[in-house]
Design a protein around this ligand. Structure first.
Ligand code: G3H
Ligand code: 13P
Ligand code: ZN
Length: 312
């Protein structure tokens, strides 16, 4: 089947009490690892591309890699999504360039400016058969382009969500309930706890609207240890506990964003490989186990956390 939008996959996920994995892609091995896991478990999937990914790998290379994944895995629905679209122009370029879904990130703007920007993107996107994720509430953490400190982050205010979704016409809403981007989500020694009270209130006010959760890597300690053992330095890297992601997936959360876990699996594997095979220099030798571990990690997410296996 050709690339799809997220409409149908979110509808089924909302009704079925599971979530779709939205995984960031930056190169061929990552695309292959993710989609092989999805094909093997018959899971629908969102492959998402950030502004940084487009700057690194180029729009055409990324869309062609995803096109190849669609051809190789005709039995699973795949959506191609712009992650953290910073402005109208980037969204337009992705809509014109074959994406089926875009995120417009206006959450650091005032409410009115966020509404205005999101509405403009929604109008253009819907005219072109593309769906839109908008955001209310700001996550802490580091992405390529943005570094939001914990003090500048803010939870979503449930009393704003109905007006925002009605006025913008967005298809799904990303909310901030305590997740953050990157590998250092909680202070070591503190108990990670997402604000399920906010999620419940949002769900009550927006029945049927799919909710997205950014910053949802669980930062597998097996890979943090692998990195630290083989020359890396990531002390105190902590993610969202998987039982809390499972709980969110059973609720209105239909999209769970994962990037850092892919990076950890790839980096840990390659560090270990280099340490164990100092004489090897063919990139295929170390990229192969890295891709295999990405696949294994994604399979675990699909089956044991998101619950979207068998739903393709
Ligand atoms: O949420 C952000 C993603 O992890 C993408 O990160 O901007 O470094 O590509 P990036
Ligand atoms: P992580 O850093 O938790 O993987 O979050 C990824 C994300 O939100 C991409 O938009
Ligand atoms: Zn994000």
């Amino acid at each position: 089947m050709p690339l799809v939008t997220t409409t149908e996959m979110f509808k089924k996920a909302y009704e079925g009490g599971y979530a779709i994995g939205a995984f960031n892609v930056n190169n061929m091995e990552i695309v292959q690892g993710i989609t092989e896991a999805c094909a093997e478990t018959r899971s629908p999937v969102i492959l998402q591309v950030s502004k940084g990914a487009r700057a690194y790998a180029n729009h055409t290379y990324l869309t062609k890699l995803v096109e190849a994944a669609v051809i190789e895995n005709p039995e699973i629905p795949i959506a191609l999504h712009l992650d953290h679209g910073p402005d109208f122009e980037t969204c337009k370029s992705c809509i014109d360039g074959g994406f089926t879904s875009v995120m417009i990130e206006g959450s650091s703007l005032t409410f009115e400016e966020n509404v205005k920007l999101a509405k403009r993107v929604v109008e253009y996107a819907h005219d072109h058969g593309v769906v839109v994720e908008a955001e209310l509430g700001t996550l802490a953490g580091i992405e390529d382009e943005v570094n939001v400190s914990a003090e500048d982050s803010s939870y979503t205010r449930p009393e704003e969500v109905e007006e925002f979704v009605t006025r913008t016409g967005c298809d799904s809403l990303a909310i901030a309930i305590g997740t953050s981007h990157g590998a250092y989500k909680f202070k070591p020694g503190t108990k990670p706890q997402l604000r399920f009270d906010i999620l419940k209130e949002v769900e009550k006010r927006l029945p049927g609207v799919p909710i997205g959760l950014h910053g949802s890597s669980s930062v597998p300690q097996e890979y943090v240890e692998m990195i630290n053992t083989y020359g890396g330095a990531m002390p105190g890297a902590i993610g969202v506990p998987e039982d809390q992601l499972r709980e969110a997936a059973r609720m209105a959360v239909c999209k769970i964003n994962i990037d850092s876990d892919l990076r950890l699996a790839m980096t840990g594997t390659i560090r270990k490989y280099f340490a164990e095979h100092p004489d090897h220099f063919d990139p295929r030798q170390y990229l192969k186990p890295a891709r295999a571990n990405i696949k294994a990690m994604v399979m675990h997410k699909l089956i044991d956390v998101l619950g979207c296996n068998g739903k393709a």
